[in-house]
Design a protein around this ligand. Sequence first.
Ligand SMILES: CC(C)(COP(=O)(O)OP(=O)(O)OC[C@H]1O[C@@H](n2cnc3c(N)ncnc32)[C@H](O)[C@@H]1OP(=O)(O)O)[C@@H](O)C(=O)NCCC(=O)NCCS
Length: 147
Amino acid sequence: MTIKSISANETFTVRQPVLRPDRPIEDCCFELDNHASSLHLGMEFNGEIIAVLSALPIKCENFPNLKSMRLRGIATLHAFQKKGLGSQLMIEVEKRLLKLKKIKLLWLNARISAKPFYQNLGYETMGETFNIQGVGDHQFMYKKLLE
Ligand SMILES: CC(C)(COP(=O)(O)OP(=O)(O)OC[C@H]1O[C@@H](n2cnc3c(N)ncnc32)[C@H](O)[C@@H]1OP(=O)(O)O)[C@@H](O)C(=O)NCCC(=O)NCCS
């Protein structure tokens, strides 16, 4: 298994079945996916991408003075979940963004089902849960990155 930087399009083979199972591949594209500052990481196994995540250059309204990025599209193919791959990708993206881009804060809108996953990685919640139509309840979460 290796972690590598991939293009936004290369994330779609994981985003689609895991995050958008009943929707067309066009719905897998996020705003700023192709921005020069965006970073997409993939876990490769036998030549296939099996887990992905993306960091997008979107400031955090709750922490406007910290250099921040938004995490989106965090997904592991069903057959490979609960083996530690998602956590490895999260740790790697934190390391790269802190070192290469001096990012001080990562934030995301977590699906409620994934909240314990992020809490295990040191992410904190803030505010009430809210509903995203067609996807379900979410919670704002963040982590300050320390040198
Ligand atoms: C959330 C998600 C990305 C986590 O990816 P993953 O590769 O399964 O992540 P990990 O294996 O590192 O951790 C997941 C859980 O497995 C457990 N785990 C890790 N290694 C394990 C192992 N060897 N054996 C059993 N369990 C293990 C972790 O403790 C963790 O528990 P938690 O759910 O209580 O946090 C994945 O479940 C997923 O794609 N879910 C559907 C899409 C989704 O909800 N994405 C998040 C949107 S905000």
